[in-house]
Write a protein that binds this ligand. Structure first.
Ligand code: AMP
Length: 192
């Protein structure tokens, strides 16, 4: 039987570690199942470690589509056969980000470390500079991104950014809460 093609692509930024609470891993797994079952392709950093690995394994187990984009220096650390689905190998981190961007319709940020923060911050910056209009969401599991939200509000209060900055991305406390906005931003009919 021919595989049904994915409808849209969601780029997910998340940690290459699991964090100190199993709730993060559980959320990554739950998201992976959801993406596969709803035929939304996962675009991600291509790794097999931490939440990134958990998410990709979950999509793969549920027979979903995956595009991993990994720079060659990380590939040496990861080993190619540990990756799932299609893989693009880039020369460097900058090309990786651009490739992830070009192949995605929207962005979702899960808990993660400084790499995750850097990736989502750059995506928000592109929105601020009008280079991008692709939607950006945060899955605020366990209130993980609360302090980031306060930081952004402080940046606006200190007038280092316009109030518009607060409209460039949206926080959701659970996958269930995120789904309607995600589907509508990807123009996927929830009844399909
Ligand atoms: P962090 O949030 O600091 O764990 O970083 C997550 C991001 O770091 C990923 O999206 C990658 O850019 C990068 N990264 C760190 N380690 C790896 C790895 N082993 N494989 C792939 N990407 C990694």
């Amino acid at each position: 039987m021919e595989k049904v093609k994915y409808k849209k692509s969601l780029c997910v930024f998340c940690g290459s570690k699991n964090g100190n609470n199993l709730i993060y891993k559980k959320a990554a797994k739950e998201l992976g199942t959801y993406l596969a079952k709803n035929k939304i392709r996962l675009v991600y950093g291509g790794g097999s470690l931490g939440l990134m690995g958990e998410l990709a394994s979950s999509v793969n187990r549920n027979k979903g589509d995956i595009l991993g984009v990994i720079p060659k220096h990380l590939l040496q650390i990861e080993g190619i056969n540990k990756n799932h689905g299609e893989i693009i190998i880039t020369d460097d981190m900058h090309t990786r980000k651009k490739t992830m961007y070009n192949n995605s319709d929207a962005f979702l940020c899960l808990p993660g470390g400084i790499g995750t923060l850097e990736e989502v911050s750059e995506t928000i910056t592109w929105f601020q500079l009008n280079i991008s209009r692709k939607p950006i969401f945060f899955l605020n599991i366990n209130g993980y991104w609360d302090k980031f939200r306060v930081l952004v509000e402080d940046i606006v209060s200190a007038e280092f950014a316009s109030k518009d900055l607060l409209n460039y991305f949206t926080f959701f406390e659970s996958l269930e809460a995120l789904v309607p906005s995600l589907l509508s931003s990807l123009e996927i009919d929830s009844k399909e």
